[in-house]
Design a protein around this ligand. Structure first.
Ligand SMILES: Cc1cc2nc3c(=O)[nH]c(=O)nc-3n(C[C@H](O)[C@H](O)[C@H](O)COP(=O)(O)OP(=O)(O)OC[C@H]3O[C@@H](n4cnc5c(N)ncnc54)[C@H](O)[C@@H]3O)c2cc1C
Length: 485
């Protein structure tokens, strides 16, 4: 399906793209379509990055179920053209499980009031009132997640919901997480806003969450398999299993990219480099001997890892939900997804499967656990949530993801800017995408960054800041364009 892996290639100083995820492939496709020489180097044996789909027998699993949604109509049309009848419109239903109760997701004020019970509702209101008074006397430090959320929702709701889930997800105390994360992810302004909406006194639109979304018939990876094939048909090359290990820098230019395939080193001379690999790795390749500030920034910018436990089941359905958030900290898993709810072709007829998402850090107990031990532990968690899979689990498969989520630690912007400034010193290097910019972005934004990088390269004019700031709206909006149709 992909371009044959060439030992050398006939292109003279091509544009070299580091990483074959949505960002790198979108850039490569754009360049190849315009007749430019382009080579993508991808470490994994398949394209797609975090949007790849793994196949185990007749069962398919994304790396955490993905959805495609975009405010960019041109991008959407391109993707629909590429996929044709293989692109489905799916509908989501998701819940948050907490204290044996199910809350609709996204959280809605009426549902919260009904599920929380009188006692906690009163506590929450008192906590919020206390925050209003405190704001006048001694305002909280809102630079971190805990301060930002407590000031807006009060201590009782923070302690019960926001704090424990956030710490489980990120693996560090919420006082060390930047409030940027909260501002991007929490759609209600504060508890007062929620209460006014509940009694109908405020109706202005809040951030909307799309119920319907696009999803390829055979998993999100199908989109990027097809994009890679199309890019190759238009003259581009993708080397799979090619691990980038260094850059040959002369003055302010990268002359060649070093990479390994099966333990053998190759050197690929280049005219431009567009990197979508992790920003700290790129900074290290540009300047192996760095200043103290750069070294500190490289050490500080870390990602939260994920382990997925994929379980084929000998039953037709597990639940009616596309995904369920498991909020309480005593559970290691953070989400349960059922791939069949996105496309029936993710499983054989009459069967289903679940995909458990477990946040972790590289090298910790979860990351290192052997598959059987983790499966036993997760089966117990499922049982305590009300699901006994002992007699219906057919198998289990683990998948590890090192760079799941960029950790927005306090001061991360400074570290990121330090490394981006290093990249900016190179005349023929651009960086983009989720790892390349160290930003929590969705796949459509990653694709937009790739396309923008291609345009800058074709015009011979670099504007890293522009790539960096694509869709930096204060809140990451999920659009309702699909629901409106
Ligand atoms: C659990 C989860 C669920 C998500 N759900 C959604 C969703 O529903 N909708 C949505 O829009 N977005 C979603 N996202 C975000 C989406 O996955 C990313 O925005 C998107 O994949 C970013 O694309 P990218 O190309 O920038 O990076 P990546 O997908 O990370 O691709 C980078 C590529 O670089 C390669 N690479 C790294 N180092 C090297 C090296 N040294 N040499 C060669 N290759 C290398 C990697 O193997 C990878 O293929 C989700 C993310 C996660 C983690």
């Amino acid at each position: 399906m992909h371009c044959p892996y060439p030992n050398g290639n006939q292109m003279k100083d091509p544009i070299v793209i580091l990483g074959g995820g949505p960002c790198g492939l979108s850039c490569a496709w754009e360049l190849a379509a315009q007749g430019w020489d382009v080579v993508v180097l991808e470490r994994e044996p398949r394209p797609g990055g975090l949007c790849a789909t793994n196949t185990f027998g007749e069962y398919r699993f994304d790396l955490g179920g993905h959805r495609f949604l975009s405010q960019n109509q041109e991008l959407t049309s391109r993707i629909l053209d590429l996929m044709g009848a293989d692109m489905l419109v799916s509908e989501r239903k998701s819940v948050v499980m907490h204290s044996g109760k199910r809350f609709a997701y996204p959280l809605s004020a009426p549902d919260l009031v009904e599920n929380l019970g009188l006692g906690l509702n009163l506590k929450a209101l008192l906590g919020y009132a206390g925050e209003l008074i405190r704001r006048r006397i001694s305002p909280r430090d809102e630079s971190h997640f805990e301060g930002w959320v407590t000031a807006r929702f009060g201590r009782p709701l923070y302690d019960r919901f926001f704090g424990p889930y956030t710490e489980k997800l990120w693996g560090i105390p919420p006082t060390q997480i930047s409030s940027d994360w909260a501002a991007q992810r929490i759609s209600l302004l504060n508890l007062g806003d929620a209460a006014l909406r509940l009694i109908g006194l405020r109706r202005s639109p809040i951030r909307t969450y799309a119920r319907r979304y696009y999803y390829p018939r055979l998993g999100m990876g199908q989109l990027f398999d097809r994009m890679a094939s199309r890019m190759c048909r238009e003259g581009g090359i993708i080397h799979l299993g090619a691990d980038v290990t260094g850059l040959d820098v002369v003055g302010n230019r990268v002359k060649a990219v070093r990479y390994h395939v099966d333990g053998q080193e190759y050197l690929l001379p280049c005219s431009w480099v567009f990197s979508t690999i992790s920003l700290p790795a790129l900074a290290r390749y540009i300047a192996p001997q760095s200043t103290n500030g750069v070294e500190t920034a490289i050490g500080n910018l870390r990602s939260r890892a994920l382990r997925f436990l994929n379980i084929p089941l000998d039953i037709p359905d597990f639940s009616e939900n596309t995904w369920m958030y498991i909020a309480e900290p005593q559970y290691k898993m953070s989400r349960i997804q059922e791939p069949k709810r996105r496309s029936s072709e993710m499983v054989p007829q009459g069967k289903t499967s679940i995909m458990l998402e477990i946040p972790c850090s590289v090298g910790d107990k979860i990351w290192e656990a052997d598959g059987n031990t983790l499966f036993q532990e997760m089966s117990l968690e499922l049982r305590s949530l009300g699901y006994n899979i002992d007699s219906v689990a057919l198998d289990h498969h683990s998948v590890w993801v090192e760079h799941g989520y960029p950790i927005y630690h306090l001061g991360y912007q400074h570290d990121r800017d330090t490394l981006l400034a290093e990249v900016a010193k190179m005349e023929n290097v651009l960086t983009g995408g989720r790892q390349g910019i160290f930003r929590y972005i969705f796949l459509d934004t990653a694709m937009e960054m790739g396309i923008e990088a291609a345009h800058q390269i074709m015009q011979g004019s670099r504007n890293l800041k522009h790539i960096q700031s694509i869709r930096t709206e204060k809140a990451l909006l999920e659009i309702d364009a699909l629901t409106a149709t």
